[in-house]
Design a binder for this molecule. Structure first.
Ligand SMILES: [Zn+2]
Length: 424
């Protein structure tokens, strides 16, 4: 079995806020051992990689990933053939920036996530471990319903009204082999014709029907849930991936706190920030974005998310990258947003981006940590990310990327070098 020993590295293991000097031995696709301080790991035929003082840490885990979002305004106009290729390129971009596992959060066409996941798993294209998601399942006039009366067809979302049709939409997508069902419980400020952020779009019987089908068939559930009622419905119906939750009230926070080991909040605050301040070239001037409610959403959301973090509710970075004003390669901007808007410390942010991400992914005992026995999904950063969270924004700072024990990006000289081990 192939063995690789990373030496002369600082290790951030994903579980705490401190990093330590040490060595990590990878055997096959698993982490075999982790040593601290000057203790030497027996070489025993391992290829030795000298990290030159770089930081070795778990690969990042994005639990709110729209892999098929293309950065164009109307994704429903892109033919499926082109759309598949763009999604393939996005998968490469995402792992190029150190994300070794991602949870699909809504595909832009029904089978895009599924086919990309299958190709990644078959080893034919590069990309993170990936849980394929359904398109966003939404009610008429809910978030994602881009239709107007003169249009006969649009496939960005799946439209379903009433429990019967919600059930059918979920069952169809499970038949197509998604891992995750995404339901649009609340609205958003984004498009005035769609349900607003502080309103519920789906009725409780519709949420219950969709959740039941997903649970029955062993699929994970994710929800767009901004307003308080929608967050409460997530808890009531075991929708474990709660996207946004920015308008959660005290009762909703109490419910999340009581169940904090079973729910993960991925607010996508970078999207709100970018829409409020960076999207002028894309139809959202700062004044218009403010008028739509994005500035107040950011202020209220920031306070809500700070409370969540203080209560021990797990709040994770990433989410809603892939729009024109939030390109995929900028997703690590969220780390800085989390420091600024949530007052989270760098170690807490990186733990949320690794070991909490693994929980949200459904592999808490195998991913997101540099711990013996865990899968070897590792990255090496040029510098100390705990001192500079912006390092992840430049792919050149990521010196090595390993997924499942195999290099996506091998370490290069002169910073690191590999050599056959001498017999000891
Ligand atoms: Zn989203």
């Amino acid at each position: 079995m192939a063995k690789t020993l990373f030496t002369n590295v600082k290790i951030f293991d994903g579980t705490g806020s401190r990093s330590f000097t040490g060595e990590v031995l990878v055997e096959g696709n698993r982490i075999k051992s982790v040593t601290k301080g000057g203790k030497k790991t027996p070489r025993n035929g391992a290829v030795v990689v000298d990290g030159g003082g770089a930081t070795l840490m778990p690969g990042l885990i994005n639990a709110h990933c729209h892999l098929s979002y293309t950065g164009s305004q109307r994704m429903s106009d892109i033919p499926p053939e082109e759309h598949t290729l763009i999604s393939m390129h996005n998968a490469k971009t995402i792992i190029d920036y150190g994300v070794t596992a991602a949870v699909g959060a809504g595909a832009a066409k029904p089978r895009l996530d599924v086919v990309i996941r299958n190709e990644i798993n078959a080893g034919r294209i590069p990309g993170p471990r990936f849980l394929a998601c359904s398109p966003e399942i939404t009610v008429t006039g809910g978030l994602g319903d881009e239709r107007q009366m003169h249009m006969y067809h649009n496939d960005l979302s799946l439209y379903a009204d009433g429990p019967e049709f919600i059930r059918q939409a979920c069952r169809q997508m499970i038949r197509e082999d998604v891992d995750v069902i995404k339901l649009m419980l609340s609205g958003d400020h984004l498009v005035p014709t769609m349900c607003d952020a502080d309103q519920s779009a789906m009725d409780e019987d519709e949420v219950a029907a969709g959740a039941r089908v997903a649970h029955q068939r062993g699929r994970r559930l994710a929800a767009h849930a901004r307003n308080a009622e929608s967050v409460k419905l997530c808890v009531k119906y075991d929708i474990h991936l709660v996207y946004h939750a920015t308008l959660a009230d005290e009762e909703a926070l109490d419910l999340l706190e009581e169940n904090k080991d079973r729910f993960w909040v991925i607010p996508a605050i970078g999207f709100t920030h970018a829409t409020a301040y960076d999207a002028g070239d894309h139809g959202f001037s700062p004044d218009y974005a403010k008028e739509l409610g994005f500035v107040s959403e950011l202020e209220i959301g920031s306070e809500t998310l700070k409370k969540m973090h203080a209560r021990g509710i797990k709040v994770l970075p990433f989410g809603d990258y892939g729009f024109a004003w939030t390109p995929h390669h900028e997703m690590a901007r969220d780390f800085v947003h989390f420091a600024n808007y949530l007052d989270m410390k760098p170690g807490e942010i990186l733990r949320a981006a690794t070991s909490y991400g693994a929980e949200a992914f459904g592999k808490p005992d195998e991913l997101g940590q540099v711990t013996p026995g865990f899968l070897a999904d590792l990255i090496m950063i040029d510098g100390d990310p705990l001192a500079d969270l912006t390092l992840f924004q430049d792919a050149d700072n990521i010196l090595m990327i390993m997924k499942d024990g195999a290099y996506h990006k091998p370490p290069l000289a002169p910073r690191s070098f590999a050599q056959p081990a001498a017999a000891e």
